[in-house]
Design a protein around this ligand. Structure first.
Ligand code: FAD
Length: 386
């Protein structure tokens, strides 16, 4: 059973109101134009929601993971693009600045990013290093009190509009994960950072994604976030949150598709009755609802474990695996219930169907998650529930 505190219930209601009045009505046009939702991001910042997970000292709200998941779920119900952009900014984009940056960096970058006044992102993936992080080729070389970065990052969320990026680079040439370090790059002031190819993609079109080229970018030593090594562990330290957040996004998107399919199955008549009264369609809706319910239970159970300070790597991976695959299935079934109209651009169901694909690679592919879950199995405890 999922139980939320009265404050969490209230918070969900206020996000839901915002989504129904400001996000959902804008979602279709943003998707069609492939336009970064700049105004909505500023609003989300003004509302204080980009700072949910950060201390009040920096303008945050010190909220728990459960509350953060409620935000992610509700935003995704209105627009997965908006939710993805906000999720990137409020987790990966700012986490490393807060955790490893000094006070000057926090003041200069964290505080305005939490207010929605600058766009922050995270760049690890490269053309030849996605799941295989050990294969990163971006190099950082120390020259006195500076570092010089060279390499190519790709699939960077918010790349075309990002002001600051946390970049993963290797501080020595050998293969492996030990020598990965994290650097904060300011695109507005540092030379040598250019945009590469924009990625024209079919999912989360309003969350702009692209390539970033680093051509001998000089970075002051203070912008090295947390030492010359151990970047992989630092990223690992936030991986459970990323996976649980992605699971919450999946639940939100699946709910939107289910609700659209349910409404359509009540109004569309075939063979003399609403299609929802044909058992085949009723069964689809039942499976969709049961799947969403299971995904939500796993997501909030994992969030609750994280909030309680319990080990959560396996639960986070399982929640993300089940919830993202559920979102793909539910959005597919919703499109089938709409039949021809599921293909029509005027209905949002085609967007849900497309957007669900983003949830598969984001936070680790299903194959990688199965590896993680397998590795985390505690054979002595058998199936080890809860
Ligand atoms: C919309 C979007 C936004 C993104 N935003 C960001 C971002 O902001 N920053 C960032 O750094 N990255 C981002 N990414 C990149 C994302 O994290 C990677 O795409 C992801 O890690 C997978 O890497 P890949 O696509 O190179 O696939 P690959 O790693 O090349 O995998 C290809 C296939 O092989 C499988 N595979 C790989 N290794 C194994 C294995 N050991 N065992 C079994 N199967 C395996 C995979 O599961 C997959 O099916 C984004 C991706 C998308 C789609």
């Amino acid at each position: 059973m999922i139980t939320f505190t009265p404050e969490q219930e209230e918070f969900r209601k206020s996000v839901a109101r915002f989504v129904d009045t400001e996000v959902a009505p804008a979602a279709q046009a943003l998707d069609e134009r492939g336009e970064f939702p700049a105004a909505l991001m500023r609003r989300i910042g003004e509302l204080g929601w980009l700072g949910l997970r950060y201390p009040e000292k920096y303008g945050g709200a010190d909220a728990d993971m459960t509350t953060y998941c409620l935000l992610a779920e509700e935003l995704a119900r209105g627009s997965l693009s908006v939710a993805a952009a906000a999720g990137m900014q409020s987790l990966m984009g700012t986490h490393f600045i807060y955790t490893y940056g000094d006070d000057a960096l926090r003041e200069r970058y964290l505080v305005p990013a939490l207010r929605g006044e600058l766009v922050a992102t995270f760049a690890m993936t490269e053309p030849n290093a996605g799941s295989d992080v050990a294969n990163l080729a971006t190099r950082a070389e120390r020259r006195g009190d500076r570092w010089v970065l060279r390499g190519t990052k790709t699939w960077v969320t918010n790349a075309p509009v990002a002001d600051v990026l946390t970049v993963a680079a290797k501080t020595s040439g050998e293969r492996g994960m030990k020598n990965i370090a994290l650097f904060l790059l300011d695109r507005r002031t540092m030379r040598g950072i250019t945009l590469g190819k924009p990625i024209d993609k079919m999912a989360v079109r309003a969350s702009a994604t692209g390539e970033i080229l680093l051509d001998d970018v000089e970075v002051p030593h203070a912008y090295l976030l947390g030492g010359e090594q151990g970047g992989a562990e630092k990223i690992g330290g936030i991986l459970a949150e990323i996976r649980i957040m992605t699971a919450a996004l999946s639940v939100g998107l699946a709910r939107a598709a289910y609700e659209a399919a349910l409404a359509y199955s009540r109004e569309r008549v075939a063979f003399g009755k609403p299609i929802g009264e044909h058992q085949a369609i009723g069964f689809k809706l039942a499976d969709m609802l049961a799947g969403i319910h299971a995904a939500a239970l796993m997501t909030y159970q994992a969030a609750g474990r994280l909030d309680a300070g319990r080990p959560v790597a396996r639960e986070a991976a399982m929640a993300k695996l089940v919830a993202s695959e559920t979102a793909v299935k539910v959005t597919d079934e919703a499109a089938r219930i709409f039949a021809s109209y599921g293909l029509a651009m005027e209905y949002p169901v085609q967007r849900y169907f497309r957007d669900a694909r983003f949830l598969l690679p984001g936070g680790g592919t299903s194959e990688i998650l199965r590896l993680v879950i397998g590795r985390e199995l505690d054979w002595d405890r058998g199936t080890a529930f809860c």
